[in-house]
Design a binder for this molecule. Sequence first.
Ligand code: S3P
Length: 460
Amino acid sequence: MRRTILAAGASGKRSGYSSRMSGAAPSAATVAPARALRGRLRVPGDKSISHRYAILAALADGVSTVAGYADGADCRATVRCLRALGVTVHAAPETGRAGAAGRTLTIHGLGLGALTPPSGELDAGNSGTTMRLLAGVAAGHAFRTVITGDGSLRRRPMRRVIEPLERMGATLDADDGRPPLAIRGGRLTGIEYAPPVASAQVKTAVLLAGLHAAGTTRVVEALPTRDHTERALAGFGAAVRQDAEGIAVTGGARLRPVDLAVPGDPSSAAFFAAAAAALPGSEVVIESVGLNPTRTAYLDVLRRAGAEVETRMTGNAGGEPIGTLCVRHHRRRPVAIAPAEVPGLIDELPVLGAVAALGGGIDVRGAAELRHKESDRIARFADGLRRFGARVEERPDGFSVDGSGRLAGGRVDAAGDHRLAMAFAVAALGAEGPSVIAGADSVDVSYPGFFAALDALRGD
Ligand code: S3P
């Protein structure tokens, strides 16, 4: 039975999910409570890995293919920008990945430093990853590139990439550190860089610029962040070295084209894993999902919170471990997240917070970065969960959620933020009454089929 009703905000018309498959996504979802989630699924291709494979393939000498490329708006934005930079990309829909939207891309790489000047501004949409990673690439090209985005992206901080890329020799302009971001690239020189914020996007922007730079570029991280760039660079044949000091790339080495497959996105799997952990009687199995240890900290948190979590490695694609994940509800215990854990959990904190309101509770510290995501994820999360009836304390660098009460459900606003929309939907499953999530169409950013996948697992 369909228990999630998606409604077009403008017309107020209500429709079942199937009627919107080919049309524009609606803006509000009504989510009914669920007794349990049970079943198997695959989630869309990893968003972070998809961006990186597309960009590196564009810089390689020849034709690469990328299977399972994430079908959400963010990864489409990267393809759109690469096309505007002269790269030919063909996208074919996939049929083989039940439940997971994906596309196989054929990317005709132009070679290092050989992108062509765009005729207008590049539109990164909602995607911070697109903007920051392409800033690193544009820094290595001797022309002017301007990258802009939607209202949310134009509020996000870019000084974190401006500063290192200028040190390497590019010239960047922004509006008080916010997009649009104008990059005039040129001759770059390798640097040693210790990012002041833990950010895989910053690390990657610097390393991508480093591919085009004279000498060696090294990034030294205080806390480790996701390492997909390092793994992908090795696969494309870059001169990359990981040592105790950090990750170093030597500029000028040609990249070879490769055929790659993108694992399922653990950050998308996290919504179902967290829901299964929270709802009594639940058991969810997720196949072909990425198990890269820099992305699986959320599974440790779910275990600490009492859930039964099993993983089984089934393979390795492009240097990325892939496997099957099974999560079962058990008891719920309170958990505390320490600052050092935050970079490994940054995208999963909203859903971990949401399920903590259904039992157990959570205390998150050292997560001020959440205020600089697609929305202020501390303020908007706290506001939404309170509207559901939870007791939430908001702090500058985190939040705590009381897990001893019950959620009534209610009307919340996802603030156009895909991860908040999905986190609120998961909390709504455990509420006493139905909930309405405004801005639910934002799930298209990373997971266009999210609500249908959720409905398919309902055990009631
Ligand atoms: C990403 C890194 C993270 C994450 C984002 C994707 C990436 O951002 O929140 O969703 O693909 O590198 P930061 O590295 O800026 O924390």
